[in-house]
Each structure stands twice: as structure tokens, then as C-alpha cells.
Design a protein around this ligand. Structure first.
Ligand code: KIV
Length: 289
């Protein structure tokens, strides 16, 4: 085999489908690039613990994101802003331990990369060395391009995140749809091209008009991952607690709920409490003698 002929693993990357094709190793950035070439759409879910991540891994979800949405979906904060590097390392390590095949991407939380490319590198290295993730995600287009470039040069796969960037919730005054109007749409296209140019292997497009997400997807060579970006992005991501109906209260318009886990768990807890109150639990089969 010479340097230019593909290895068996490289062949696998270019011919396997993401679902079921990658069975004995983790999904890589090469698999995702090959999926875009084939026009194969893929899914990404957030995960914050080993057990849930294991379920998604077994279900064949090719990419799991340890999102800083852990702030509001796992740790009880109102926004993603308070999430720390130590928390992200701990949650990411659990997700890595609980999975075998999914690529694990971890968010760099607010304040962990905005100061300088060197700060971004320091904290990305923590997520890779201490937690074992395969890639990191950070928010921002043109404004984050220098950091993305340094990380990619150093061998860190980077997923970018543009459109609605939840770490800027206070500056944005909430979570408004982005990219509306000519100037905002042009800026989104510039951001998308800037992160691709900087070497990102994929880009999340959050809360942007579907037509604009389609345009970005057509103009980029790297996969786009939509959340509130309509049907034409290369991949779709949802926060798992929204997708499975664990979230309390209202969920965003772009969420589809595939289960009602909150009701299922609540019913189980109420049944347990009732059994204990009435003496039905524990029964003979649950007791040692
Ligand atoms: O933190 C997160 O869960 C995210 C997704 C919404 C893409 O960034």
C-alpha cells in the first residue's frame, strides 16, 4: 500500500453508512464528510450522563453532544452561562465512558475560549485529555475563526455554532430567530464561510430561517447541523430532554417530542410511593431470608 492508496479503515469511512455501517469503532469526522458526499442525513442528540448516552449509542445516533445546555437541562441553571469547564469535563467523561461508537463532541462553555486562541486551546485540550472527547464545539462565526484555526492546526476537530448562540442570551435579550433581513442573512453566510475556511468539520445553524439554512448548506462543503433551521441541513440536532419529553414546561417551536418521559417517570414514582404506603412493596420476591 503506498501513501496515496486508502487504508482499509479509510475505505470503510468512505463506503459505510453512518447508521449500522460503523460497528466496531467510533464515528469520525471522515465519516461525517463522506456522509455529506453521499447526501446521507444524520442525527445528533445531546447527552449529559453515561446511562442516557449509552441508550443513544446503542440506538445508532452517530454524534452525541455534551452541550452546555447541560446548564438548563441537567444542572438546574436558567441559562448555559454559568456552566464551568470543570462541569463540562465531568459530564463529558461520563458520556465517553457510557458509549462505544458515537463521536462525542463537547461544548466549550461561556468564558472558556473567548479571551484568546490560547485559552481556547488550553480548554479544548482539557476536554480531550481529561474527558476523552473526539471534538469540541464553540459558538461564533467570524469572531471565533482565529481560535478555530489554532485548534484545527493543533489537531482538535472543531464543530462551529452560528445563528442563535445561547451563550450570548443576555446580549441578544433572549433567544430570537437569527438571520432575518438581508444584512443579517449576509452576515450568517459570512460566518458560515469563515468557520469552514478556519477548518471546522461541521457547523451548527440554530434558529435561522429554513431558506437561509438551505442556502448555507448548499454553499458549504462541510456538513451543516440544524436546530430550528428547517429540513434541508445535512444533519439535525435536538436537546435530548426536549426530544424525549423530559423538559418541564414549554419547548421551542422547532422541537418534536418523540416520547413523554416526564409523565412515564412521574407515573412510576407515584406507583412506587403508593405501593410503599399500602405495603405492597417490597413483596416476598423482593425479600431475603
Ligand atoms: O448546548 C447545546 O445543547 C447546543 C445545541 C442546542 C446545539 O449547543
Amino acid at each position: 500500500m503506498n501513501a496515496s492508496s486508502p487504508s482499509p479503515a479509510q475505505n470503510q469511512a468512505s463506503t459505510a453508512t453512518l447508521y449500522g455501517g460503523v460497528t466496531n469503532r467510533r464515528v469520525t469526522v471522515r465519516d461525517l464528510a463522506a456522509a455529506k458526499q453521499r447526501g446521507e442525513k444524520w442525527s445528533m442528540l445531546t447527552a449529559y450522563d453515561a446511562l442516557t448516552a449509552g441508550v443513544f449509542d446503542e440506538a445508532g445516533i452517530p454524534v452525541l453532544l455534551v452541550g452546555d445546555s447541560a446548564g438548563n437541562c441537567h444542572l438546574g441553571y436558567e441559562t448555559t452561562v454559568p456552566v464551568t469547564m470543570d462541569q463540562m469535563v465531568m459530564l463529558s467523561a461520563a458520556v465517553v465512558r457510557g458509549t462505544k461508537r458515537s463521536m462525542i463532541v463537547a461544548d466549550l462553555p461561556f468564558g472558556s475560549y473567548q479571551e484568546s486562541p490560547a485559552q481556547a486551546m488550553h480548554n479544548a485540550a482539557r476536554l480531550m485529555k481529561e474527558a476523552g472527547v473526539g471534538a469540541v464545539k464553540l459558538e461564533g462565526g467570524e469572531r471565533s475563526a482565529r481560535s478555530i484555526e489554532l485548534l484545527v492546526e493543533a489537531g482538535v476537530p472543531v464543530m462551529a455554532h452560528i445563528g442563535l448562540t445561547p451563550q450570548s442570551v443576555h446580549a441578544l435579550g433572549g433567544y430570537p430567530v437569527q438571520g432575518r433581513g438581508d444584512e443579517a442573512a449576509h452576515q450568517l453566510l459570512r460566518d458560515a464561510k469563515a468557520v469552514q475556511q478556519a477548518g471546522a468539520f461541521a457547523v451548527v445553524l440554530e434558529a435561522v430561517p429554513a431558506e437561509l439554512a438551505t442556502q448555507v448548506t448548499e454553499q458549504l462543503a462541510i456538513p451543516t447541523v440544524g436546530i430550528g433551521g428547517g429540513p434541508d441541513t445535512d444533519a439535525q440536532v435536538l436537546v435530548w430532554t426536549d426530544m424525549a419529553g423530559m423538559t418541564a414546561g414549554r419547548v421551542p417551536k422547532f422541537v418534536k417530542q418523540y416520547a413523554n418521559l416526564r409523565a412515564v417517570l412521574g407515573d412510576a414514582a407515584r406507583a412506587f410511593a403508593e405501593d410503599v404506603r399500602g405495603g405492597a412493596f417490597p413483596a416476598e420476591e423482593h425479600s431475603f431470608h
